[in-house]
Design a protein around this ligand. Structure first.
Ligand code: CUA
Length: 200
């Protein structure tokens, strides 16, 4: 620009743009418009995340909670006797399971219908995935992390819970079962009773 501005009178002596070359103001104006479009789109996306998170309680399915994958069974929460369904005071249920090549432990859990059920899973080896068929309960099970998803079963029934992340040769056979039963049929006297249905 300075090359074409005369020093004396301050008159601008810009040459006419060459063929196919747009004047600078037009380029700047267009770029500025696009910058606003991009900033607006990013702002809208951020607003959707904040609003749905705050108003509708939407969030990524898993929480950030770490665990030593080599010591899963030795941990207090995921020791074998603590796996399965625990009924919390108030009727909520917490299901603790471990994913490993190529099964979930335990293989089957019973949960109450109509009460919030929180699944807490971790992996003892590689990345697995779990979803409860017919529901929106679905997340990854990553070694080193505890995956947590909460959902409520509205209908009793038996739900298949397949691993949905390729985890090795036995992946296709890796699945557990979730049985949702009316709360009064939960075989769970006592406030924190572990329930399993893997034996039959
Ligand atoms: Cu575990 Cu696929």
């Amino acid at each position: 620009m300075s090359a074409f501005t005369s020093g004396a009178g301050g008159d601008k002596l810009e040459p006419p743009p060459g063929e196919g070359i747009l004047p600078e103001e037009m380029v700047v104006r267009t770029e500025r418009r696009w910058a606003w479009v991009v900033v607006s789109v990013l702002g809208a996306i951020a607003a959707v995340i904040v609003v749905t998170g705050a108003v509708e309680g939407l969030h990524p399915p898993s929480n950030v909670e770490t665990i030593d994958p080599a010591k899963v069974y030795q941990s207090r929460e995921f020791s074998e006797s603590n796996l399965g369904t625990a009924i919390e005071p108030g009727g909520r249920a917490t299901v603790r399971m471990i994913g490993q090549q190529y099964s979930f432990v335990p293989q089957c859990v019973t949960v109450p219908v109509g009460a919030p059920v929180t699944f807490r899973l971790t992996s003892a080896d590689v990345i697995h995935g779990f979803l409860v068929g017919g529901t929106n309960i679905n997340t990854m099970v990553v070694p080193g992390y505890v995956a947590q998803v909460t959902g409520t079963f509205s209908r009793p029934g038996t739900y298949t819970m397949p691993c949905h992340e390729y985890c090795g040769l036995g992946h296709a056979g890796m699945a557990a079962e979730v049985r949702a039963v009316p709360p009064q049929e939960m075989p769970a006297p006592g406030s924190v009773e572990r329930v399993r249905c893997a034996t039959q």
